[in-house]
Design a protein around this ligand. Structure first.
Ligand code: C5P
Length: 249
């Protein structure tokens, strides 16, 4: 099917599954989105797809009725991040990411830009999600940067800073859900990648959790890439992931 001519999808079930569209082209991304939409709450567009296909792909996804998570992990001076967030709100995305290490002023500027731009357009503000410590960082990598060298303590420190800055959500690894739930306001939305059912081939995710376990630990949203887009039957994989996630509620 040519892009731009997709039907509007119906979302008969509300789903906590966010499918990461880590695919090389808009055509492949839109085709997958069309197929798995009934089991999916949102689609994540990351740096590769956005840099290759641009905002037009986001518009095409939105035209299908799907919610979009724009995962560009903004990290810059507050004024620049605020303008990027405002542009993302005009693009009508429902979630976006910023690095907590940009600091309080940057996170406040991002949240304010999301709220004010959305209010001006008469639509709900997207969730601005804070990214704490990249899961690719180990203790040695953190030590090289100076300051705190304990990853858990640094994640908790940045998570508290995000909450105090007014962010309403965080991205966290599956193993961080329980410790973060213990220190964060209950309203904080936790978005968790690294989800595996056990049926998939092993890949580079080292710290994983099943969908039901992640939901019962307190995740609000599960980001799933390869277990769905690389499955022999992505529709069946999405349906099973959705059913398993709901069983953990
Ligand atoms: O294919 P897989 O399910 O591992 O995809 C997970 C998605 O979540 C990818 O888009 C990956 O970049 C993203 N992600 C992650 N771990 C983080 C942050 C984001 O896997 N800590």
């Amino acid at each position: 099917m040519a892009t731009g001519t997709l039907p509007r999808f119906n979302h008969p079930v509300s789903s906590p599954i966010i499918v990461a569209l880590d695919l090389p082209s808009a055509a492949a991304a839109l085709d997958l989105a069309r197929r798995v939409a009934p089991y999916v709450g949102a689609f994540k567009v990351g740096k590769e797809l956005f840099v290759s296909e641009g905002p037009e792909l986001v518009r095409q996804l939105r035209q299908t009725g799907a919610s979009v998570f724009l995962d560009l992990k903004f990290h810059d001076i507050p004024n620049t991040v605020a303008k990027a967030v405002a542009a993302a709100v005009r693009l009508d995305v429902q979630m976006l990411t910023v690095h907590c290490s940009g600091g309080t002023a940057m996170m406040k500027a991002a949240e304010t830009a999301a709220q004010e731009t959305a209010a001006g357009l008469g639509r709900p503000a997207p969730l601005v999600l804070g990214v704490t410590v990249l899961t690719s960082m180990d203790t040695a990598a953190l030590a090289e940067l100076g300051g705190e060298t304990d990853i858990t303590r640094q994640v908790e420190r940045l998570a508290r800073l995000a909450a105090a800055s007014g962010l309403r959500g965080l991205v966290c690894s599956p193993l961080e859900i329980t410790p973060l739930r213990a220190i964060l306001p209950v309203s904080m939305q936790l978005v968790t990648p690294g989800i595996r059912t056990g049926a998939e081939k092993s890949d580079d995710q080292k710290r994983t959790l099943g969908p039901a376990e992640a939901m019962s630990a307190g995740a609000n949203w599960l980001v799933v890439g390869r277990p769905i887009y690389a499955a022999a039957d992505p529709i069946d994989a999405a349906r099973k992931m959705h059913e398993a996630a709901r069983s953990g509620l």
